[in-house]
Design a protein around this ligand. Sequence first.
Ligand code: IPD
Ligand code: CA
Ligand code: CA
Length: 257
Amino acid sequence: MITNNQPPIINIMEKAARTAGKKLIRDFGELEKLQVSSKTLGNFVTNADVRTEKILKESLEYHYPNYGFIMEEEGNVTGKDKDNTFVIDPIDGTSNFIHGIPHFCIAIAKLSNDTISDGIIFNPITNEFYWASKGKGSWLNNQRLRVSNRKKLEECVIGASSIEKDLNSIDKLNFLKKNSVSFRNMGSAALDLAYVASGKLDAFWGYNLNLWDIAAGIILALEAGGTVTTSNFDKWDISSRDILASNSFIHSKVLKI
Ligand code: IPD
Ligand code: CA
Ligand code: CA
């Protein structure tokens, strides 16, 4: 449902995501017909990823013909307007999608120069539509979002993505686990960040991620009152590959570890 306080660009992103999402719902019900190819080990692409991205790009460029695109499947397209760029992950959580696990989403962000100005995350199976725009807050359907206010690490649940790819991170992860911190690796970095924004997760720690995995989720977390840095406490920017996003209260506690 499109609400009145949504900026026009969010309405357009929502329309694109819901159009593409209808086809994803159908595919999800007919998974055996999907063709799957492996890009690299553990990183799959389906014909649904490619088709979804095409629908999203066509819908967005109809309204914003001069904007550039950074897309997971098709790559980068430079626009006439060098200041504005859409960042698209057509399905974040493809391995969940392939396994019939209803935890995946469409993620679209808009960059204004190098700053994330808007983002949407849409899980077509659960019909959860998250959006955020700079200065306008974070929303789930019609509800304003706020990060959690848990302060004790042992009461927190932290999302972790691709940490296992980094040996140093495994040590840190094990240390945190030994100190009773609960982790979840649920297979969609974008949804993890939307969950931080909505207070379900208290933090998200991700390693070796691409801009399309996290851009939409970052503006959601920030606009919901969260803190986002790299895992070394540096300022996060669009070239950063790792991220710690949290409810702000536990940020330095996690970083200290
Ligand atoms: C993946 C998910 C996952 C993360 C991987 C990503 P994809 O994206 O975000 O949570 O751990 O590094 O590649 O491949 O499903 O779009
Ligand atoms: Ca992704
Ligand atoms: Ca993807």
